[in-house]
Each structure stands twice: as C-alpha cells, then as structure tokens.
Design a protein around this ligand. Sequence first.
Ligand code: G3I
Length: 364
Amino acid sequence: MLRTFTCLFFAATATFAADSLRQATPWASGVGLSDRIADHPEDWPLLMKHFAYVTPENCMKPAATQPSAGVWRLEGPDRFVEFARSKDLKVVGHCLVWAKDDRTPAWFYQDGAKPASKEVLLARMKEHIDKMVGRYRGRIATWDVVNEALADGGGYLRDSGWTRACGEEFIAKAFEYAHAADPDALLIYNDYNNELDGKREQMLKLLASLRARGAPVHAVGLQGHYEIDRIPYEALEKTLIALREAKLKVVVSELDIDVIPRGRWWADNGSHHEEMSKINPYANGCPPEILARQAEQYAKLFKLFQKYPDVIARVSFWNLHDGQSWLNKFPWQRVNYPLLFDRQGQPKPAFTAVMKELTTPTSK
Ligand code: G3I
C-alpha cells in the first residue's frame, strides 16, 4: 500500500516537474515581461506555471522613470511591482544605470550649456538610485545596477557621457549607492556578448577593478540574446568557469534564440540595412526544421547550464512568448520565433527539448 502510494506520489511529482519550467530548473526561473502584464490576465497562467522571477521590460529604465530632472514616472513600476506581489512573483529591477548615451536621458549629462561635471553626474545618479531602490526596498530584492558598460569591438568601457565624465568610477559608485539604499539586495552587473572572447576579458578586468575598489557586485548578468546556429557554447563555458573562479554568481538575464540571424545588421557601417529590412522569411509560420534546430540548440544550452548549478542563480527569458518578443521589431520588423512558447502560449519543440534535458537524469 505504502509502496503504491509512494510510486503514485513520485509519478505525480515527475509529471508536474516535466510540465513546469520553474519546477524543473535547479536555478530560479524568470522572464522579462511587458510592463502592462497586469492588464493581460490571459498571460497569467503561462507566466505563473513556468516562472518565479519577473523583469519589467521597459518601465523601470531611467528614460522611463525620470525622463527629465526631478520628473518621476512611477505608476508603471508601481503597478508592475504590485502585480508581482499579488501573484507571489519576485521582481528583478531593471535597470538603474544604462551606460549608453541613447539610453540615458540627455538631461543627466548637461549642466546648463556645459557638460555636467563628474560631481554633478554622480549626485544625479545617487538621487536616481536612492529613489528607485529606496521606494521598492523590501519588494525588489534584485537589481540590474549597471547595464552594458563594456565597449564592443575591443578596448575597455563603452564611450558615453558617463565614462567621459567619470571613467570607470561611475560603475563602482552605482553599486555603492545601490547597496547603501538596500543592503539586502542582490546587485548585478549586466551586459551582452560578455561571454565572448575579448569582451569576457574586458568584463573580468572591470570586475577585478570593482572588487579592488570594494564595490559590492554580487552577480553578473549574461543577457544571452543568441542567434540560431551561432550559439557560443565554448565561450560561454569558459565564462562560467572564470566567474566561478572569481566567486561570482551568474544570471542568464535575457535569454532568447533568434531564428532570423541579425548580426550582419551592424556590419559594414550599416550598409546592409535596406536589404535586411526586407527579410521576413517566416511571416506565415516557422518551418518545422527550423523549430527542430532551435530546440536542439536550446537543449544543448540547458545541458551546459546544468553543469554549473553552483554558478547559475537564475535563467530569465526575454519575453513570455514568440508574439511578445522584442525580436519581432528589432533591429527591423519581422515575424520571429525566439522563445519556448508560440503566439498562443503553447509549448514549442524547444520547450519539450529543454524539459527533456532538465528532467532526464541520463542526459546529464
Ligand atoms: O511605447 C512606445 C510607443 O508608444 C511608440 O509608438 C513606439 C514607437 O517607436 O515606441 C514604443 O516604445 C518602444 C518600447 O520598446 C516598447 O515597445 C521603444 O521605442 C523601444 O525603444 C523599446 O525597446 C526596448 C529596448 O530595450 C530599449 O529600451 C525593448 O522593448 C526591450 O525589449 C529592450 O530590452 C533590452 C534590455 O533592456 C537590455 N538588454 C537588451 C534588451 C534588448 O534590446
């Protein structure tokens, strides 16, 4: 009798785990969500079945929260945080400083007719961080503190109003201010392509330097915006090992696999834009062979992640299902299929492959 009960119990548990990402992953399972999730009850069952952490896609960014000096727009973030509380989901605050000129409201950098001095810029940054982290203290326990500060194509830091005024000090200060505003929060440095050879070294240099300054960086975000057939498995593994050695946690913060490769968009000074902006090969549906390839590549990625459960603290997808992906619009308009769920919120082959990887002991 007891044996029958035990078998039934384990069968039931296994069935549930095989069906729910958040039950099956050894790390926290998260997703970046449209800011208006509270108005879309049709999305809630899928969200709550698979995810425990939610990142607001846009409404907490500096450009959204403080578009002009002292003008705060916090209704969106307040609603998002309240929604998460009501559903028992944890919020990742995204982001306090986005170290790019086109993502930083211009007023931050200006002091009348002249560029703001380092002191003025840091004071503004402190005020922004104090307000955001202080307001949600006790309700947001994880923050992307600085986003995308590393340069592309070599060098060290990205050129921006931040670096021009402060060098790398603004990054250390952002972490100090966030920690002072909420000493219990987990603080993340977040970037893209930071697992690749070259940018990885830039990142490790930055992290070492921040550590030497005593800046409280607790984890590194690898955004994970990948393209089909170009997933950098080896570089990713090297990065996971390097960050383990640096005693830092990793979050895969914005995962997706684009099925319409976009890398060439940025090549040759943008000379392919016109030609590429006409590419929309799967407007009437994604061919099964592409979905199968994507599934295989997602599974291989999760197989790799599973080798590092001591390093990886969270894996968050960037958007809930294919219909909501930012990759339908960026860098050009096309019908895309980068996630685990289709436009109806139904599991794709990629979901099945990932769940198989997560729940089949022999495949590890
Ligand atoms: O809401 C306005 C709408 O009113 C307006 O008509 C329309 C015209 O362009 O723009 C709409 O805003 C857009 C917004 O997304 C909502 O769709 C912005 O132009 C557009 O710039 C914005 O893009 C976001 C992008 O960050 C820039 O903030 C994407 O949704 C968001 O997915 C993306 O997320 C970033 C992460 O924060 C950091 N890592 C990379 C990731 C992908 O780029």
